[in-house]
Every structure is written in C-alpha cells, then in structure tokens.
Write a protein that binds this ligand. Structure first.
Ligand code: GTP
Ligand code: MG
Length: 137
C-alpha cells in the first residue's frame, strides 16, 4: 500500500487552512501525486460515501460535503493508508491525539477537516473516482 486518497473538507478549505494542512502532509513524508480543488455535487457525495447511506448522519454528511469546495489529492508514501490515518487522528476531534491534523483543524465530528482512505482497496477506488491516469505524476 503505497498510496492513499485524501480530501481537505469544506470547513478547512473555507477557513484558509489548505496550505497549513498540505504543509503538515508533506512534512510527514507524503508525496503529492495528484491534486485538485473541486465542488462535489450531491450525486458525487452520495456515491463517495455510499457505504454510510444507512447511517443516521448520512443526510448531514452529504449536505456538509457539498457545502463548499474541497481539495482532493492522491498521496504516496510507504504504508500510506495506515500512516495517513495516524497523521489525521480520530474521526471525532475531541478524541484525536495532540498534534494530529483533526486535533489542530477540525471543528466537530461532522466538520472534521480531512478525509483519509481506510484501506488499500478503498484508496484505489477513491483515487479513481477523482483522477484519471493523466493527472498522476
Ligand atoms: P473519513 O476519513 O471522512 O471517511 O472519516 P472516518 O473514516 O474517520 O470516519 P467514518 O468513515 O466513520 O465517517 C465518515 C465521515 O462521516 C466522518 O469523517 C464525518 O465527517 C462524518 N461522520 C461520522 N460520524 C458522524 C456523526 O456522528 N455525525 C455527523 N454529522 N457526521 C459524522
Ligand atoms: Mg471513513
């Protein structure tokens, strides 16, 4: 597993934290393979988070993820998925460790600043959802 996929979520982009978060990511040894700023449609967000469609917060999650532009990226590093999940910290910023991206930038369990793939298989699926082969260097 040498790649993972991330999104800097609407709250963090709107707050002007994109640069600070990318700086932490590169500082932790991840290489940016592909990156774009984009606005998810409702259909995009529903498809991306389809695994959560039965959860009570699904409507809120889709509304939040479409509330403003996100920055999507493919990241490369040895052990990328696991190391990136460690770098971002727990889903709920109240439970995230000191020094993690969510501890520093997340506002709540819903507006939690950043996404990281949870498996090598999902990293490939999510990277393919956003980027063509010609967008990866
Ligand atoms: P991602 O990296 O974004 O996938 O987060 P995660 O893997 O740490 O958490 P999970 O996949 O379980 O949930 C996906 C996203 O749904 C979270 O990042 C939150 O934005 C949102 N979410 C999770 N739990 C709640 C909740 O209880 N309420 C609300 N409103 N949103 C939630
Ligand atoms: Mg997840």
């Amino acid at each position: 597993g040498n790649i993972t996929f991330t999104m800097i979520k609407p709250d963090a982009v709107a707050d002007g934290n994109t640069g600070a978060i990318l700086n932490r990511i590169e500082g932790a040894g991840f290489r940016i393979v592909a990156m774009k700023k984009t606005l998810l449609s409702k259909a995009d967000a529903e498809k991306f988070y389809a695994i959560h469609r039965e959860r009570p917060f699904f409507g809120e999650l889709v509304e939040y993820m479409t509330s403003g532009p996100i920055v999507a990226a493919i990241l490369e590093k040895e052990n990328a998925v696991e190391d990136f999940r460690k770098l971002i910290g727990a889903t709920d910023p109240a439970k995230a460790e000191e020094g993690t991206i969510r501890k520093m930038f997340a506002k709540s369990i819903a507006a939690n600043a950043i996404h990281g793939s949870d498996s090598d298989e999902n990293a490939q699926i999510e990277a393919n959802f956003f980027f063509s082969v010609r967008e990866r260097y």
